[in-house]
Design a protein around this ligand. Structure first.
Ligand code: SF4
Ligand code: SF4
Length: 335
């Protein structure tokens, strides 16, 4: 993908008195496992250090983009609801997992996987009584996303959140209709959970150097939602499609990120050694450019129909060379 008309990094929103570093809040450099703290993307809340920047991000959006966000928010009122009294008993969790995946596809998902929810997936102010996460991914329209980092691409991101959130709502409603509790989580602003690590463990993809998930099917040109539930389900496993093999040598996102927020080395973040994007450098540019997304669109994996062949090529090359990349921390994510 060729970038054109990229706004400069001058005149970005700043604080007169900067809050505590987002990198510190995210646990950069911390080798012990910890639960994440809220740092950005927490709708309706003001009790976190970067709330001002978050409010500016919302207010800075043009009307078309806000309209998509409002439609989405209205639909998400159906995240939860009454559970049918008559419960369908589950004797074979693998069959139920298959059934729900087929339902998710019927409702419009592109990719779906299941994992268990761990304490590290939840913000430190959240208690959640759900055991399983059904992770859902839907691609964005590439022709719209080629307009990053402008409002047109931001509007497509919001539209896609509406679509992927809609799948989660319908799936959660279906699970409740067969007598099991379920809650639909949509975009990062509505959520108690970290969607990317769950989706990685559920086998949807791997973490890229740009801090986002990379799927074989859509590259990083994808948005996620999650259904949290207690219906007994068989779990999926993380996958290895060769993301690290390419990221170790590729510098496309590093070079194209205007504020130089992407680094070529993995780092310790809350007990995991992994790719990490500098929050303090990324977020002002992200805020000024309607969610930026340059890094996920320039990534070679995001070229349509490229991922499967790219994965095969990388894995064949790895086997031939008899070497494996530094995969420590490949089950990791951006916060
Ligand atoms: S652009 Fe290159 S380095 Fe960046 S995430 Fe994609 S493959 Fe990895
Ligand atoms: S989203 Fe952040 S990390 Fe990605 S290119 Fe934009 S500023 Fe850089």
């Amino acid at each position: 993908m060729k970038l054109h008309d990229t706004p400069s990094t001058e005149n970005l929103p700043t604080y007169r008195t900067p809050p505590i570093s987002g990198n510190q809040i995210n646990g950069l450099g911390i080798k012990e496992k910890n639960r994440p703290k809220r740092v950005f993307h927490a709708l309706w809340r003001t009790d976190f250090p970067w709330a001002g920047m978050n409010a500016f991000f919302i207010m800075n959006n043009p009307w078309e983009l806000l309209w998509e966000a409002l439609k989405y928010r209205w639909n998400m009122r159906r995240s939860t609801g009454p559970v049918a009294r008559q419960r369908v008993e589950v004797n074979a969790p693998n069959e139920m997992a298959q059934q729900l995946k087929e339902k998710a596809k019927e409702f419009g998902t592109g990719i779906v996987g299941i994992t268990e929810i761990m304490p590290e997936d939840l913000y430190d102010d959240v208690e959640l009584n759900y055991r399983y996460a059904i992770c859902i991914g839907v691609p964005m329209r590439r022709e719209e996303m080629l307009h990053v980092p402008h409002a047109r691409a931001g509007q497509e991101v919001q539209r896609c959140y509406g679509e992927v959130g809609g799948v989660a709502i319908e799936l959660a409603e279906y699970i409740r209709s067969i007598g099991w509790p379920a809650y639909a989580y949509g975009d990062p602003r509505s959520t108690d959970i970290l969607q990317i690590p769950l989706a990685i463990r559920a086998g949807l993809g791997q973490l890229g150097k740009h801090g986002s998930i990379i799927c074989k099917e859509y590259g990083s040109n994808v948005r996620l939602s999650t259904v949290a539930t207690n219906i007994p389900l068989a779990l999926d496993k993380p996958i290895d499609i060769g993301v690290d093999d390419l990221c170790i040598g590729c510098r496309r996102c590093t070079m194209d990120c205007p504020p130089n927020a992407i680094t070529d080395k993995k780092q310790w973040v809350r007990g995991e050694y992994r790719w990490y994007v500098d929050f303090d450098k990324c977020v002002p540019y992200f805020t000024a450019t309607y969610g930026c997304a340059i890094c996920i669109e320039v990534c070679p994996w995001s070229e349509p129909d490229r991922g499967t062949k790219l994965s095969q090529m990388l894995l064949v090359k790895r086997n031939k060379n008899g070497s494996s990349p530094d995969r420590v921390g490949s089950l990791t994510y951006r916060v």
